[in-house]
Design a protein around this ligand. Sequence first.
Ligand code: UDP
Ligand code: MG
Length: 309
Amino acid sequence: MSLLSVIVPCYNEEENIALFYAELMKTQPFFKEKEVDLELLYVDDGSADRTVSEVKKLREKDDRVHLVSFSRNFGKEAAMFAGLECAKGDYVVMMDVDLQDPPALLPEMFAHLQEGYDSVATRRVSRKGEPPVRSFFARAFYRLMKKISKTEIMDGARDYRLMTRQMVDAILSMREYNRFTKGIFGWVGFRTKWMEYENVERVKGETKWNFWKLFLYSLDGITAFSTMPLMLASIVGVFFCVIAFLMIIFIIVRKMIFGDPVSGWPSLVCIILMTSGVQFFCTGILGQYLAKTYMEVKKRPIYLVREKF
Ligand code: UDP
Ligand code: MG
């Protein structure tokens, strides 16, 4: 018998715990036939509602249910990492508890894994039910990442992914504090099969993301997987030097021919404002990377456990 670990990060998802369990159990006959045991690992990301007690209720019925409960909310990235650390399976799959990652796809994903792939990943082909502004910026983010990062980050990719133990160990070897899993998956490589499906809306509860949070998350993604913005700062610097040099020649020549030393206050103000703006922008970029480096060198734990079974 081999073991499949299902990792489910949950943050205030009391209504979805049992629904998810029921839906996952529908795939049971398939895995029984393939001689695969199941281990269901709920990672409670510091929920303030009855998430933990819902998991405990399930545990009373079924001892394949496990829980890692955090001391506070550490974010989905930390929850996924904790899940990977605690999973014992030969195969590991990561899924959202809100059924936006349909468990019904699991048998097909498993079949692909047996064809010799190391991981089977999913991506949404539509963004149905999502605010148009959000879709627009999401698309722009993926286009930008494609240009500025060597790591492949697929548009519409979900964190819903089935992996072999080998790939899980590779991911666990990346112990960075600023985690951007979509990038980490691409960075470790391995043979990945992509499966596409139509977007599904969450069953119960509300999304934990708003526009601002997503925006900050995208900045995390950029700083974690590209140093291009730093390069950009240097390029802008060189560009401005060249312009400055040309302007100096122009002004000296004009002075020698026309001799007009006083006028030029408006243009001077424009230049000062423009260059100081660009300087702040470039210092800001530097600051972003410095801040990430600062958090990284502190080597704080990625998550803290309050309860575990
Ligand atoms: N989640 C988490 N910690 C958080 C936020 C979210 O563990 O701080 C979990 C959440 O319970 C869900 C998954 O991450 O299982 C995806 O969250 P959500 O559905 O809110 O995101 P969306 O699908 O809207 O991108
Ligand atoms: Mg969701």
